[in-house]
Write a protein that binds this ligand. Structure first.
Ligand code: SF4
Length: 412
């Protein structure tokens, strides 16, 4: 069989595709394009309607071309009706990707309990220094708009020793940036009597010069471990990067979303992080057009972004997901969501440039992580700033001088 793996969505899904490729390559040939393949594994995302429609369109395209399609990822559990009606030959929940080999051979899915993801093989990109490592699956949240929790379930933390083994193995292979990922890294270990700061403490003791990127955290749970987290982040091996999705600048909307924190709680965490690490990167997320978001609520979101000036802002237009509380509410018109997204993007362009101007002329030690466009290389500073360089070797640290700045990256 010649099998192509198509991937949508978040870092965790990218990591799942590395597992899928490794398991498939054990018994089948991996195709680098769908056209070369006779079987396509679609590793889907269901976080917004737009992505779901792209996934379903791809499934139809492959079926029309006579290929066998295995639909996995979040869609099978986040929207089972759509997955079953997609026309895919097999619908495989993402909790069962370990069975992909037998599924491809048409032997159906046994209900063997799979080993934790860190113990599953990975086929990582060889021309990158980045290793994605899932530390847990699921979360402890109940956000009103979120279908991911249907797909990923309640928190299941992976054993610390298997995570340590996986990271050490990746470092032995030459990877030098470890991206710790899950739906909410802040709740890691709560179900196995440990914690994210403890895990970081163990990881930074590994005898290699490398960097750790800590994945997104729900501010509610981040706040409960923040002091220990700030201690753990003091290690030079942990990027000074905080991904803390706020989702709205309005307390009323945050209550409707059942996020569990206030705008002020979020601002306090950001201030504390920046007080400890003035040279750092804050990434946050905003949903625009939540059904109860009025003009005044949106003005508060604009104001919040103007006040905290994040280095990275991920903007999502609200999209009702089947089975969620928020889907029962009257949806706002698309043009309202579009207009609010446009205003935020415009604001962020100015903020990004302003934040990056501080680096002009500065010398930085960066880690070269992967290839960029037009023969360039992409690197990361210790504050996880994206730096475009012309010279260097993937997986190596190098000294650079910042010559130009752009809203979302530096040129050195
Ligand atoms: S924390 Fe909230 S948004 Fe994140 S995966 Fe859980 S329910 Fe979804």
């Amino acid at each position: 069989m010649k099998v192509y793996v198509s991937t949508y969505g978040c870092t965790m899904n990218q990591g799942d595709s590395e597992i899928l490729r490794a398991l498939i390559a054990r018994r089948h040939q991996l195709a680098s394009t769908p056209e070369e393949s006779d079987t396509v594994v679609v590793n889907s995302c269901a976080v917004v309607g737009f992505t779901e429609r792209k996934v379903l369109k791809e499934v139809r395209r492959h079926k029309l071309a006579g290929r066998r399609v295995i639909l996995t990822g979040c869609l099978p559990k986040a929207n089972p009706d759509a997955a079953l009606a997609s026309g895919a030959d097999v619908v495989l929940p993402n909790t069962r990707i370990a069975e992909i080999g037998s599924v491809i051979e048409g032997r159906g899915t046994g209900d063997a309990t799979a080993p934790p993801k860190p113990e599953l093989p990975k086929l990582r990109h060889s021309n990158s220094a980045i290793a994605i490592v899932a530390i847990s699956e699921g979360c402890l949240g109940a956000c009103s708009y979120c279908a991911t929790r249907f797909a990923r379930g309640r928190l299941r933390s992976f054993p610390m020793e298997s995570i340590l083994r996986e990271v050490e193995c990746a470092l032995e292979q030459g990877y030098r940036e470890v991206q710790l990922t899950s739906q909410d890294t802040a709740v890691y270990g709560r179900d196995i009597s440990t914690s994210l700061p403890e895990l970081l403490g163990e990881l930074v003791d590994l005898p290699y010069e490398f960097r750790i990127r800590v994945g997104m955290m729900n501010p509610t749970f981040a706040g409960e471990i923040f002091d220990d987290l700030l201690e753990a982040f003091k290690s030079r091996k942990v990027y000074k990067f905080l991904h803390l999705p706020v989702q709205s600048g309005s307390d009323a909307v945050l209550r409707h979303m059942r996020r569990g924190y206030s705008v002020e709680d979020f601002v306090q965490l950001v201030r504390e992080f920046r007080r400890h690490f003035p040279d750092s990167t804050l990434s946050t997320d905003l949903i625009v057009g939540y059904p109860t978001e009025g003009e005044e609520d949106f003005r508060k979101s604009l104001e919040l972004i103007g006040e905290i000036k994040p280095e990275v802002l991920n903007i999502t237009r609200f999209s009702p997901r089947p089975g969620t509380e928020a889907a029962k509410l009257r949806d706002l018109h698309d043009w309202i969501k579009k207009e609010r997204s446009r205003k935020l993007t415009e604001l962020m362009r100015g903020i990004g440039l302003e934040r990056n101007r501080r680096y002009l002329g500065r010398r930085l030690r960066v880690l070269v992580t992967k290839h960029g466009k037009h023969g360039t290389l992409l690197a990361r500073s210790d504050a996880y700033r994206q730096v475009v360089v012309r010279e260097g070797k993937i997986g190596e640290f190098t000294q650079v001088k910042v010559r130009e700045v752009r809203p979302t990256y530096l040129i050195a």
